[in-house]
Design a binder for this molecule. Structure first.
Ligand SMILES: Nc1ncnc2c1ncn2[C@@H]1O[C@H](COP(=O)(O)OP(=O)(O)O)[C@@H](O)[C@H]1O
Ligand SMILES: [Mg+2]
Length: 295
């Protein structure tokens, strides 16, 4: 098949791994930078141009959209889909998952556990929010943040207040979230492809850090999931409408709590930690999806 990986950079681990896996399975694979895809909207004649050339004959796209390109990336995905190209990720689920607020709202509405999270459009509500969240420390996080950037632990009320004021002043959307202390700086990343859990790892923040992102120097190890954790991770992926997802959860005293569902989860950490060929699973899933007449 003719597969295009949408990615800004062919040398990124995840992109290179997908290209290798696709070629190993005898597919024709190329990398297209979604930011260089030009869209032509015309009734009955949707088109994408890449560096001046009309794109034709692509069977499948596998989008790898970074957080700085979410909106345009979603438009490019939608355009390919309207051309009849199969995509492992649709535009709406990407937008839903990228927004931590909508993601948590949808999961909580379906009864899944999430940390208590408060959002307000009003600068004047900061004090009330801090009263409502209860005991500090609490977490303040950017709604569109990623890689642990913009996730802050506020130890005291005055501390939290000044951080929140600064974000409101800078017109950044934030949420105030209950801090799950008993997770002890660890979280569980569950990697899902289709209906299958293809890799699980525990990430432990480095000494003196509570954020367990590998980008923040955390270490990772293989763990097994409880039946409940597996069920919750699969359900969260379905609720968001994703096929490929990295579900992050915290192990709390009241059970698993989902922090976020990543729509373009990185492959490096999970492949090197588990030794599983996750890129190969993604290629197999994508080609099966293309051949499924009900899709
Ligand atoms: N409410 C919380 N309680 C405890 N730890 C948290 C909480 N929220 C985030 N963290 C830690 O910070 C990390 C990054 O937070 P997350 O919401 O996943 O943002 P990002 O999208 O930047 O990864 C998590 O993996 C977790 O280790
Ligand atoms: Mg995260």
């Amino acid at each position: 098949m003719n597969i295009a990986i949408l990615s800004r950079n062919p040398s990124l681990y995840s992109t290179a791994s997908l290209v290798r896996a696709g070629r190993r399975k005898q597919h024709y694979v190329r990398v297209l930078d979604h930011m260089q895809c030009d869209i032509s909207i015309e009734t009955g004649k949707p088109q994408v141009f890449y560096q001046g050339q009309l794109i034709k004959n692509i069977d499948i796209i596998i989008p790898r959209i970074g957080s700085s390109a979410t909106s345009y990336g979603a438009s490019v995905i939608r355009q390919f889909e309207s051309m009849g190209v199969t995509s492992t990720l649709s535009a709406e689920p990407l937008l839903r998952a990228r927004d931590k607020l909508s993601c948590l709202q949808l999961l909580a509405a379906e009864g899944l556990g999430v940390p208590k999270s408060l959002v307000s459009n009003n600068y004047f509500s900061i004090n009330e929010m801090l009263d409502r969240i209860g005991d500090l420390p609490a977490i303040i996080k950017l709604i569109n943040g990623t890689h642990g950037l913009g996730v802050i632990l506020a130890e005291s009320k005055s501390n939290a207040e000044s951080i929140m004021e600064a974000f409101y002043k800078a017109k950044q959307k934030i949420m105030l979230q209950e801090y799950i202390e008993e997770a002890k700086g660890a979280d569980i990343r569950v990697f899902i492809v289709g209906d299958e859990i293809v890799g699980v790892m525990k990430r432990q923040a480095k000494e003196g850090e509570f954020r367990s992102n590998l980008h923040r120097g955390a270490s990772s190890s293989v763990v097994s999931l409880s039946g409940l954790e597996a069920e919750i991770a699969l359900k969260a992926t379905k609720i968001l409408g994703l096929n490929i997802a990295g579900v992050d959860m915290l192990q709390s005293e009241r059970g698993p709590l989902i922090l976020e569902v990543n729509a373009s989860p990185g492959l490096e950490g999970i492949e090197t930690t588990t030794g599983n060929d996750i890129a190969g699973k993604i290629i197999d899933f994508a080609t099966k999806q293309k051949n499924n007449p009900w899709k």
